[in-house]
Design a protein around this ligand. Structure first.
Ligand SMILES: NC(=O)c1ccc[n+]([C@@H]2O[C@H](COP(=O)([O-])OP(=O)(O)OC[C@H]3O[C@@H](n4cnc5c(N)ncnc54)[C@H](O)[C@@H]3O)[C@@H](O)[C@H]2O)c1
Ligand SMILES: [Zn+2]
Length: 362
């Protein structure tokens, strides 16, 4: 199994393996590390069969394995969702060198990662993402969190996994809409850092949407490299890791203003990337061709370019709660030319107004 990418931090290196059929190798990969014999597999209840069982079954060849199911749904990322996992670890007498293996979407990855980060002040973690969004984004980079009733991801920790294992064949069982929203993060990685990835996405729409495993593998590798490289330079998000929030300023506001119901995260980000592109155009950073390229690739992956039923006031109010604000100023991730992100705090209200209008928010 070849390493596809690597996140390097003060804690060491976290390899990312991406290969069809690689799920069967999880036991061998874990055995290469100096870990204890006890493993808690935290599995996404939607994929108990076949993926969670497949991972647990393989691990049983060398480890004492128990399985706890969690989710589906964002509500699982809570103290109530974490508590039974701590109980299981205590009952299993899990020690510092033992391991939590997360098998699921971003919800399960964030929850299991958070539990592994704080149980005994941190035990081993392996991420086996099963959704496109988790493969492209959530499983890579070591951010873990649960939600607070007043805000998403407010309680969390940085905790890098021993490794991340991605098997593109697992995507075969993803429901269509959840699969589709994951493209927003992949497209984002192309736009902010990898024009070859962007071109590949533009040229292989049909193969990727029908989940051709070879095309998916190529795309996931390129996408993982973008995220891993950016995180490696800035694990704690003091600088360039902010680039990964491209489109998320308006995106988060759309999610929040619509009560986290009408739009999935990736759908909201899609609209947010259009808004960011229009703002960049008004500041003279992007030309019309680049803005159109945003719209064309996002709509090719059936992601929305506009939203319905939201007002400018609602969005601006939601933006004032953005975690990325510093000293009351909104920091915008914009592109100064494709694949060249910059952070700008000097975006005027006129530019914002015009961009919101462009995505259907008046
Ligand atoms: N830690 C990070 O850096 C980071 C980054 C981005 C997002 N996130 C978090 O990730 C979460 C969203 O992740 P998500 O989009 O994967 O959502 P999710 O975990 O809710 O998964 C989406 C749905 O797909 C199901 N599913 C997952 N894999 C499947 C498969 N192979 N076959 C069939 N069904 C499958 C899940 O059960 C769920 O119903 C959010 O909580 C978000 O905050 C974290
Ligand atoms: Zn996102």
């Amino acid at each position: 199994l070849k390493q596809a990418a690597e996140v390097r931090t003060a804690a060491g290196a976290c390899p990312i393996y991406i290969e069809p059929g690689s799920l069967a190798q999880v036991e061998r990969l874990l055995s290469e590390h100096d870990v204890g014999r006890t493993v808690l597999v935290v599995g996404d209840s939607s994929v108990a069969e076949p993926w969670v069982e497949s991972v647990a079954g393989t691990l049983r060849r060398s480890f004492e394995v128990e399985v706890a199911l969690a989710g589906p749904g964002e509500a699982a990322k809570s103290w109530a969702g974490a508590e039974p996992l701590f109980d299981r670890l205590v009952e299993m007498r899990a020690e510092r060198r033992d391991t939590v293996v997360a098998v699921g979407g971003g919800v399960v990855g964030d929850l299991a990662g958070f539990v592994a980060a704080i149980y005994l002040r941190g035990i081993n973690l392996v991420q086996v993402p099963t959704s496109l969004l988790a493969m492209a984004d959530a499983a890579i980079g070591g951010k873990t969190a649960i939600n607070h009733p007043r805000g998403k991801n407010l309680i969390g920790a940085f905790h890098q996994p021993l490794f991340v294992l991605e098997d593109p064949e697992v995507l075969a069982t993803m429901p269509e809409r959840a699969f589709r929203e994951g493209w927003a993060e992949v497209i984002k990685h192309g736009l902010i850092a990898d024009l070859a990835l962007l071109a590949f996405l533009e040229d292989h729409v049909a193969e990727l949407q029908t989940r051709d495993v070879e095309s998916l593998t190529r795309t996931l590798i390129a996408s993982a490299r973008v995220k891993a490289e950016i995180v490696s330079g800035d694990e704690r998000e003091e600088g360039r890791r902010m680039w990964l929030n491209y489109g998320h300023t308006v995106g988060h506001a759309v999610e929040a203003a619509s009560g986290y119901e009408a739009y999935l995260h990736g759908e909201a980000d899609s609209v947010g990337m259009i808004a960011a592109a229009v703002i960049a155009e008004s500041l003279g950073l992007l030309d019309g061709v680049a803005v159109r390229r945003h719209a064309d690739v996002l709509s090719a992956y059936q992601l929305p370019l506009t939203v319905d039923g939201l007002t400018k006031n609602e969005i601006c109010e939601a933006m004032t709660h953005d975690k990325k604000r510093r000293d009351g100023r909104q920091n915008w991730v914009l592109l100064d030319g494709l694949a060249n992100p910059v952070i700008r705090a000097d975006v005027g209200d006129d530019s914002i107004k015009r961009a919101l209008l462009e995505v259907g928010i008046a």
